[in-house]
Design a protein around this ligand. Structure first.
Ligand code: SIN
Length: 303
């Protein structure tokens, strides 16, 4: 069954299951396990103008029903991505959503312009929500004015569809989503991680080198479902749901709440085929229901 709503701006998604940024490197890591071209898109690790080393280790630790990370946006930089990673992604036939990191509107514009100039990047996701850095991330992304400026700058530099990844760490995520839409975003992705902390009681030290980190995994899924529900009613652009999707049933829940598509992240650390498993389960369920995705998006019953 055809879906008219599986779109992000001019990008027609082949299905609603994407990977989440930062959970599979540049996507090629997953190509060892399955054909990455079958996914709706591969969302890359965030790309900055210059390479970044990231935060001191340890950078991840397990928590009940989830994990904390404080990677600090370690990445190869946009030039090395274009030179070394993108050709392989193109050869693999992947739909590529490049996650973009900036510390100022100008940086977002410069990276967007660089990615606009190459073949094989189908959409950009602006990271306005990383909780693990002092510059950029939450500092810009929790202020509607900051969101508006960053999105407008990127919008002026590229014709590719723009997704804005929002943080849950705000009293009013809907106003951030509206600011993104007003400035020309084609979609918002909801949500990034929530800051948390874990302490090793034997050493009495924080488990993460950066002390705090972002919590992801099933522990945060009800928060993500709530935010997707609220944001999808506040803006007319599509919402991509992110947060603790481990199984196809979780993707259905997120879509019923209002998500047009979903990103699978932490689950890939447990099972590198998780995004594929979610996609196959979702497709089988949809066929059994004899419905299209358009019948599922936002179809939660509220009497
Ligand atoms: C990180 O690199 O610290 C995580 C990225 C993010 O949460 O946006």
């Amino acid at each position: 069954m055809k879906s008219e709503r599986l779109r992000i701006g001019t990008l027609k998604l082949r299905n609603p299951v994407l990977t989440a940024s930062g959970t599979c490197g540049y996507g090629l890591e997953l190509a060892r396990y399955f054909d990455i071209a079958v996914l709706g898109a591969i969302c890359t690790k965030g790309l900055s103008l210059e390479p970044r080393m990231g935060n001191p280790p340890p950078r991840t630790c397990e928590t009940p029903a989830g994990m904390l990370n404080s990677i600090g946006l370690a990445n190869v930089g946009v030039e090395a991505f274009v030179r070394d990673k993108l050709p392989e992604l193109r050869a693999a036939g992947a739909t590529v959503m490049a996650n973009v990191l900036g510390t100022s509107p100008d940086e977002f514009a410069r990276i967007a312009a660089r990615l606009d100039a190459v073949e094989g990047v189908h959409a950009l996701e602006l990271n306005l929500s990383c909780p693990n850095v002092k510059e950029g991330g939450l500092k810009i992304g929790t202020d509607p004015g900051g969101v508006r400026e960053a999105v407008a700058a990127a919008r002026g530099a590229t014709k590719r569809p723009i997704v804005v990844k929002l943080s849950p760490e705000t009293a009013d995520v809907c106003s951030l989503a509206r600011a993104a839409a007003d400035a020309g975003a084609d979609a918002v992705s909801v949500m990034n991680t929530i800051r948390g902390m874990s302490i090793d009681i034997r050493t009495r030290r924080p488990r993460l080198g950066n002390i705090l980190g972002g919590l992801s995994g099933p522990a945060i899924r009800p928060i993500a479902v709530r935010l997707v529900f609220e944001v999808s009613r506040a803006v007319s652009i599509p919402v991509i749901g992110i947060g603790g999707i481990m199984r196809w049933e979780d993707a259905v829940e997120m879509m019923l709440a209002g998500a047009t598509a979903v990103q699978v992240g932490t689950a890939s650390f447990v099972n590198p085929r998780a995004a594929l498993d979610v996609l196959q389960g979702l497709e089988a369920w949809r066929r059994a229901q004899k419905c299209g995705y358009d019948d599922v998006i936002g179809a939660v019953r509220i009497e």
